[in-house]
Design a protein around this ligand. Structure first.
Ligand code: BES
Ligand code: ZN
Ligand code: ZN
Length: 498
């Protein structure tokens, strides 16, 4: 899909459809709405007067244009609710609603008029990210009723703005939006088609296409390094584990202080629970237990193109978690790369086990700051639902900066506490620590476990188990993988480089 920006007047814009943001209580008798209303022969005023369209969030009104005032033959109004709450999240949703709706009408070229105030580059970026995200469909394996229609071009319109600035934002939005959908595509793949080996191949492809360095650690290498925690999870499976390492190295260094940010993502390509087998209901969803890893690879894909001035390391420990005669059993003790011993109470708490060695390995590679992402606990959905992603960690500045980056791009993160007191819950009777801390504060004790491996390296942990999968669909996005946190990670990295 081609994306661009235009600062021309509406009647000069050559697209099949115009999509326009409209706010609650807006009257069609002034400004842009007035000229549009005239172009559609007063129909906008009519639907507003008839209370058919009140610009509530998610509401739409769709017109075919008969007159000659516009080149576009269709106009879509998109309700955006209160103008005061119209920030990044809503702007992206508006654009997603526009592309999803107009694709269903078989429209090929769209002009989106976001009507937002502020930095036009950012606005164009946000619009294009939302537009591209809106078009993601998880129907790859359908042979019937598949969404085959495609939109060829999206133009972000802000009359009188600097077209170069709009175009730059649109191009950045394309890179980010496509990388988010790349992550969603990986997350949506069935376990059989997204094994650790296939994930590693996909990472290699990305590295080659966009110019990242890549290193894939196989089982032998992991054994040599003493990654007994990760290997303990992989033991039950016939598919060999892979530890993916991607690195982005800027050509122009901002500083030579030796700082290195590492992103670490849980890559369990299918989580059956292992010997502590999960109940059958909804188990099919556990194909998305590699979303942390997919998020890391997707973010690196974008970073390689956006080229910030700081280096970034991406680490993704990938394994299946299956029961077999060789599988780790509850009660077994594993020895992690750092030498710490772990009593496995429940083989279904496997994410923290693979992350333990991956975090330690990131440190070994020189990471001075670590952000990990994982579909780690069911408990996080009980605490925060599917609205906020939990963030915990050891470095308040890092956490604050991350939450602020989220606000900037319209993603929500909520900090949970991580006092040392919680670490008591993961004391083991026979080993250094155990992998489950009991019923209480499940998301926090999982993070307390990871903290044992991050040690004194500034570290933040995102538990995306509640936010990485959307159900049901909304007007602006399909059901399924959401690509949560990719946008924020990119903003975080770019803000660190500024
Ligand atoms: N992958 C799951 C967490 C999960 C649950 C993600 C639901 C997405 C949706 C994780 O490996 C797991 O099974 N965690 C256990 C931990 C428990 C055994 C301490 C959980 O949350 O039940
Ligand atoms: Zn599990
Ligand atoms: Zn899991």
């Amino acid at each position: 899909m081609k994306v661009s920006g235009s600062s021309k007047a509406l009647d000069k814009i050559d697209v099949q459809a115009l999509a326009v943001a409209v706010f609650k209580d807006e009257k069609p008798n002034s400004g842009l709405l007035k000229s549009l209303d005239q172009a559609v022969g007063g129909l906008i005023a009519e639907v507003i007067k008839a209370e058919e369209f009140a610009a509530k969030e998610g509401e739409t009104a769709y017109f075919h244009v008969a007159g000659k005032d516009l080149k576009a033959r269709r106009v879509l109004l998109i309700g955006c609710g209160d103008a005061s709450a119209y920030k990044a999240a809503k702007i992206a949703q508006m654009a997603g609603s526009a592309t999803r709706f107009l694709r269903s009408k078989n429209v090929k070229s769209i002009g989106i008029i976001p009507r937002a105030d502020g930095d036009n580059e950012k606005i164009a970026q946000t619009v294009v990210v939302g537009a591209i995200m809106g078009l993601f469909e998880p129907d790859k394996y359908r042979t019937k009723d598949k969404e085959k229609r495609e939109i060829d071009s999206v133009i972000v319109i802000a009359e009188g703005a600097d077209e170069k600035v709009l175009g730059r934002g649109a191009e950045r939005g394309r890179i980010i939006g496509e990388s988010i959908n790349f992550t969603r595509d990986l997350a949506n793949e069935p376990g059989a088609y997204m094994t650790p080996t296939i994930m590693a191949d996909r990472a290699k492809q990305v590295a080659k296409e966009f110019g990242l360095s890549v290193d894939i650690l196989d089982q032998r290498k992991m054994e040599k390094l003493g990654m007994g925690s990760l290997l303990g999870v992989a033991r039950g499976s016939d598919e060999p584990p892979k530890l993916i390492v991607l690195k982005y190295q800027p050509s122009k260094f901002r500083s030579s202080k030796g700082e290195l940010l590492a992103l670490v993502g849980k890559g369990i390509t299918f989580d059956s629970g292992g010997i502590s087998l999960k109940p059958g209901e909804n188990m099919e969803l556990m194909k998305y237990d590699m979303t942390g890893a997919a998020t890391v690879i997707g973010t690196m894909r974008a970073i390689a193109q956006l080229k910030p001035s700081i280096p970034v390391l991406g680490v993704a420990p990938c394994s299946e978690n299956l029961p077999s005669g060789k599988a780790t059993k509850p009660g077994d003790v594993l020895k992690a790369m750092t030498g710490k011993t772990i009593e496995v109470i429940n083989t279904d708490a496997e994410g923290r086990l693979v992350l333990a060695d991956a975090i330690a390995y990131a440190k070994k590679l020189g990471a001075t700051k670590i952000i990990d992402l994982a579909t780690l606990t069911g408990a996080v959905s009980i605490a925060l639902g599917d609205v906020h992603t939990a963030i915990l960690g050891t470095d308040q500045e890092l956490i604050d900066q991350f939450i602020a980056a989220g606000k900037e791009v319209g993603e929500r993160f909520w900090q949970l506490p991580l006092d040392d007191d919680y670490t008591k819950q993961i004391r083991s009777d026979i080993a250094d620590i155990k992998n489950v801390g009991g019923k209480k504060a499940g998301t926090i004790t999982a993070a307390a476990f990871l903290k044992e491996f991050a040690e004194d390296t500034p570290w933040a942990h995102l538990d995306i188990a509640g936010t990485a999968w959307a159900d049901p669909a909304t007007p602006y996005r399909s059901k399924g993988p959401t690509g949560v946190a990719v946008r924020t990670l990119i903003e975080f990295i770019e803000s660190s480089a500024r």
